[in-house]
Ligand binder design. Structure first.
Ligand code: FEO
Length: 389
């Protein structure tokens, strides 16, 4: 894709990665992604904000082929999908200074082969003049590394935010408009990348709110030309508020655990609770992550495999522990053949979840009336806690 003008002197550069399906060898990308870079040409100086993933370097090279002088390249974030092209860029533009936050300096030197003499560290709130345009840098740590910052271009009312407000969504649209698919992609991104840092993000959102801008230009996904939607969504996702929602990630080997899950889904749903089962051998783990953003309760369903939880359940539980969602309540259900330690093992896997454990219902073999009675009691507890929310 060729570079595209946002306004006089400001262009989108970068690459749409239509076919990438996994990020960090971990995160599913059902809709691909993009690596956005922005060229800001003032009356005296020119700056590039972020670069692209090294796999897409050739596209950036072509887009910059008619740019003879680059005075600055701003690295808002040191992760390689944005910084990976910096070594080539600094080699190609010998006068170019690498501008970054104080914490980014060390990280960039750790991760890339860069001459430290080329780096100019900027302080929180510092301005860089390009002539008739100004770049002002604001530290926004932990979105999602410690060094992250955003860049404000007040003359054109654009806020460049790198991963902050990003979405893994490959699209030929430069702007998000009011497309609801962007919000879904941004929530997935928030769930997988930002959720563990939501308390810090609350402060960063207040800082961003104090700036005057009409556009949010992240380095993944389209530009938000109606930024209120993504701002208010982030404020909601990062808040302490939970929804009247129960998640049931589960695996069933011979149908017993599934029968228990079906019973729970039907019973809780009748009480007006939004119940979402996730069969973990087939589900997109990203969809589970999205729902973890605001669910109040998780009920983990697992058969017993050699005394412990099914490995797919262990993976999902570990993921939930890493993402630190704002869950309030948890329970475990499942069946076993001859013995089980799933309750102890799962309990030991979730130290980051500050949940009230509502109980565990395990049955030997198939669930019988006594099992369903225990499930009724568990559902009564869940309904009571949700009614009190
Ligand atoms: Fe898009 Fe944290 O890199």
């Amino acid at each position: 894709m060729k570079k595209r003008q946002i306004c006089q002197g400001v262009h989108w550069l970068g690459a749409v990665d239509w076919n990438r399906r996994l990020f960090d060898s971990l995160i599913p990308l059902p809709d691909g992604t993009s690596y956005n870079s922005y060229l800001v040409q003032g009356s005296e100086k020119t700056a590039l904000i972020d670069t692209v993933d090294p796999a897409k370097l050739q596209i950036l090279q072509e887009q910059l082929s008619d740019v003879e002088t680059l005075d600055y390249v701003v690295a808002q974030h040191a992760e390689q999908d944005h910084s990976g092209a910096l070594p080539w860029l600094l080699d190609s533009y010998p006068q170019c200074r690498l501008v970054c936050s104080s914490k980014a300096e060390g990280l960039l030197l750790d991760h890339l082969d860069i001459d430290p003499q080329r780096i100019s560290v900027v302080a929180d709130g510092e301005c860089l003049t390009l002539g008739d345009k100004t770049l002002q840098f604001h530290y926004t740590p932990w979105v999602h590394w410690p060094e992250t910052m955003v860049t404000h271009l007040p003359e054109d009312k654009i806020l460049f935010t790198c991963d902050f407000f990003g979405s893994h969504w490959a699209t030929d649209s430069l702007y998000a408009g009011n497309d609801p698919r962007v919000c879904e992609a941004a929530k997935r991104y928030f769930a997988e990348i930002m959720l563990p840092f939501r308390k810090t993000i609350q402060g960063n959102l207040k800082k961003v709110r104090s700036l005057d801008f009409d556009y949010i230009a992240p380095s993944h996904g389209p530009i938000f030309d109606h930024p209120e939607c993504i701002l208010s969504s982030y404020e909601d996702w990062a808040s302490e508020d939970v929804a009247n929602k129960v998640l049931i990630p589960y695996v069933s080997m011979h149908g017993s655990t599934e029968a228990m899950v079906d019973y729970l889904v039907s019973g809780l749903n009748q009480s007006g609770i939004n119940v979402l089962p996730f069969e973990l051998t087939t589900t997109d783990i990203g969809k589970l992550a999205i729902e973890l953003v605001d669910a109040a309760t998780i009920i983990i369903g697992t058969p017993t495999v050699n005394l412990g939880p099914h490995p797919q359940v262990a993976y999902a539980v570990n993921l939930a522990n890493i993402l630190r969602p704002k869950l309030k309540h948890a329970a475990i259900v499942g069946s076993y053949g001859w013995g089980s330690k799933v309750v102890d093992q799962i309990s030991g896997m979730i130290p980051n979840l500050k949940v009230e454990v509502l109980g565990a219902v395990l049955c030997k073999g198939i669930p019988r009336q006594s099992t369903f009675s225990e499930l009724d009691a568990l559902m009564d507890l869940v309904k009571q806690r949700h009614a009190d929310m």
